[in-house]
Write a protein that binds this ligand. Structure first.
Ligand SMILES: [Zn+2]
Length: 148
């Protein structure tokens, strides 16, 4: 979508509630249970995200689901001023690096959407927001960070 397109559109609303597929079902079952689960390759022993049917590194198909610690750090973000259905702008759209290694696109919550509160490498903790039928993993500053 061109960056100049700021009008909310019907099809945009659908994008914010992902659809579970057979491949992603274990992920969404995990979030419903309050757990962040990702796949790991038992051939090369590397976890990855998003869900796939084969390892993005070695192509192996011997995959298992692991439960993440939920700890992550802030890798990159943008502060979106665009109106979006179900969101009160501004919102923080971020890429976080999970403790297990993979990076995940998500939203940052629990902190003012201003750069001074969003230093890179900020320690984060997963939390879950109910959107539609799915619990969506989002991240907030970890409690140890808030306590400082
Ligand atoms: Zn592999």
């Amino acid at each position: 979508m061109p960056i100049t397109d700021t009008k909310p559109r019907a099809d945009v609303a659908d994008r914010f509630v992902p659809k579970a597929s057979p491949e992603t079902r274990p992920f969404w079952d995990g979030t419903a249970a309050g757990e962040l689960r990702i796949q790991s390759c038992t051939d090369c022993d590397r976890p990855f995200f998003y869900p796939r049917s084969s390892c993005p590194r070695c192509g192996g198909e011997a995959l298992e689901w692991i439960t993440c610690s939920g700890r992550a750090s802030l890798y990159s973000y943008v502060i979106s001023q665009r109106p979006a259905p179900g969101f009160e702008p501004p919102t923080v759209i971020a890429v976080v690096e999970l403790e297990e290694g993979p990076r995940m696109m998500t939203n940052i919550v629990g902190v003012p959407p201003e750069p001074q509160f969003l230093p890179l490498d900020l320690p984060l903790q997963v939390t879950f927001e109910q959107r539609g039928d799915l619990a969506i993993p989002v991240f907030e500053p970890s409690e140890s960070e808030v306590a400082r």
